[in-house]
Ligand binder design. Structure first.
Ligand SMILES: O=c1ccn([C@@H]2O[C@H](COP(=O)(O)O)[C@@H](O)[C@H]2O)c(=O)[nH]1
Length: 483
């Protein structure tokens, strides 16, 4: 191991100086393991040492390298030890199969994640999430270098054991013993490491929410209670209504009542009513919609204290969207507290919807990031959606999204694709757990459809999800605000 550390130093994979990290922190040490592709012997050495530390968990597992640096390393391990490999894409292909994961596997297969450097563990978690969403079991990750900044503990919390070839303190000791660095450098690195330990992972593709202050100061959205957020001056009336209701009912559960018949819809509303803050409908998918249905639903919503969300996903030009919202056989604006809309048509569509909804006290959730595999909601699209929401704060109370797209605590994140077991369906739906969505990603409301509807006891299933969602929420609060 000592020789490997020195070889990494020689290859300039470890550097000392003053570096600004992606997070904005100034660090006295920098690891750039990408350079090892130019050193074939070193590559082989790294792959062999990783195999050594992971031998007991790798011998019957698939291997998957975190893109990109660990991809060639995992390839060397897989070929040398004849283990099948999987390749995770960073972005789904925009043509052909649109797969996020390449290679052959079956649900239940065990896969070991391979990574070059672990800091908070977020890159390993991103890859593990994709693997788990495809039904694979991920229990172990191998890493060349553990920076000892909280990644091991965070991964353990997600059920993943980290096996490392080397830690940063061991690496510094080797370099000191071999006269490659002086004592002052060792001390500054160790001070930096101990002062910059993560306690929770940042959500995928964005900075750690609990560390980001809310606009105007104070803790970020994730650390504040629903009740506190309801009372912020920037929170709209309709968002505040929902947040207070969530606090009062101790529920961040939205059941998606995707049924075919009106009687079934009413039965679901009755069965889950006490356990939800929102009931989501697709009234255009009912075989027997009648004009009296909305009032019967609204009556149940009043008696059980939940709001109605019609998941209409408006996407047309303003002139048409206005008619679809206000008129037609469904008369959505007259009964749905909230609706969903795509940002794809630009601000005109939203303006038209707001023109109808605001005078009626209604709200809108803009669709920022869909749950389905290969969704075209890219980072740029998500940012543009947030900008559009910010311009119509009187109407837009938040987003439909599988991750937080803003740290503003007065905007809500409502997340579909939730089940107690991660996985997916055969048409691209992808499921995350309540703990992942609410606890780790910091989303606010979880949308559960088939997870509840396909249960033999719908009420008991709703109660179970309500508890899981609430526990995940309490777990992310600052101690002073947890209830
Ligand atoms: O990105 C999205 C947006 C909306 N949905 C809707 O949520 C439910 C999910 O149902 P499950 O049975 O839990 O899969 C469904 O009504 C979708 O239209 C979504 O899944 N993803």
């Amino acid at each position: 191991m000592e020789d490997l550390v020195e070889a990494l130093f020689e290859a300039e994979a470890v550097k000392f100086g003053n570096f600004t990290l992606k997070s904005g922190l100034a660090s006295p040490i920098y690891f750039d393991l990408r350079v090892i592709v130019s050193h074939p012997r070193l590559m082989l050495q790294v792959a062999e040492r990783l195999w050594d530390v992971g031998r007991s968990v790798c011998h019957s597992a698939l291997l998957c390298g975190v893109p990109y640096t660990a991809l060639p390393i995992a390839t060397l391990m897989a070929t040398a030890h004849e283990r099948p490999m999987l390749m995770r894409r960073k972005e789904a292909k925009q043509y052909g199969t649109a797969r996020m994961l390449e290679g052959a596997f079956a649900a239940g297969d065990v896969c070991v994640v391979v990574e070059d450097v672990v800091t908070s563990g977020s890159s390993v978690l991103e890859t593990a999430d994709v693997l788990r969403q495809h039904g694979l079991q991920v229990r172990d990750a191998l890493v060349l270098l553990d920076r000892e900044q909280g990644g091991r503990e965070i991964l353990a919390g997600a059920g993943i054991t980290l096996h490392s070839v080397c830690t940063v303190s061991r690496l510094m000791q080797v370099l000191l013993d071999r006269g490659r660095v002086d004592r002052a450098t060792v001390d500054s690195v160790s001070a930096f490491i101990s002062q910059n330990r993560a306690t929770s992972p940042p959500p995928a593709s964005s900075p750690a929410p609990s560390l980001v202050p809310a606009p105007g100061g104070g803790p970020g959205a994730v650390a504040q209670s629903y009740g506190q957020r309801a009372r912020l001056p920037s929170t709209s009336a309709v968002a505040s209504r929902l947040l207070l209701l969530m606090e009062e009912k101790r529920s961040n559960l939205c059941v998606s009542a995707d049924v075919r018949m009106a009687a079934e819809l009413l039965a679901v509303a009755r069965a889950v009513g006490p356990h939800v803050c929102l009931l989501k409908t697709h009234v255009d998918a009912l075989d027997d919609f009648t004009a009296d249905l909305p009032e019967r639903l609204a009556e149940l919503a009043r008696s059980h204290r939940f709001l109605l969300l019609e998941d209409r996903k408006f996407a047309d030009i303003g002139h048409t969207a206005r008619r679809q919202y206000q008129g037609g056989v469904f008369g959505i604006a007259s009964w749905a507290d909230l609706v969903t809309a795509h940002a794809v048509s630009g601000p005109g569509g939203l303006e038209a919807l707001a023109g109808v909804g605001v005078p009626l006290g209604r709200g809108c959730l803009l669709i920022a990031k869909m749950s389905s595999q290969g969704a075209l909601t890219t980072q740029g699209y998500m940012q543009a959606t947030v900008a559009m929401a910010e311009a119509r704060r009187d109407f837009v109370l938040g987003f439909i999204s599988t991750e937080r797209v803003t740290h503003d605590p007065s905007l809500l994140h409502v997340t579909p694709g939730v089940k107690l077991q991660p996985g997916g369906d055969d048409l691209g739906q992808q499921y995350l757990t309540p703990e992942e969505v609410v606890g780790r990603r910091g989303c606010d409301v979880m949308v559960v459809g088939r997870g509840v509807l396909e249960a033999t006891d719908v009420t008991a299933a709703a109660r179970l999800y309500q508890q899981a969602g609430w526990d995940a929420y309490c777990g992310r609060l600052q101690p002073a605000t947890a209830s």
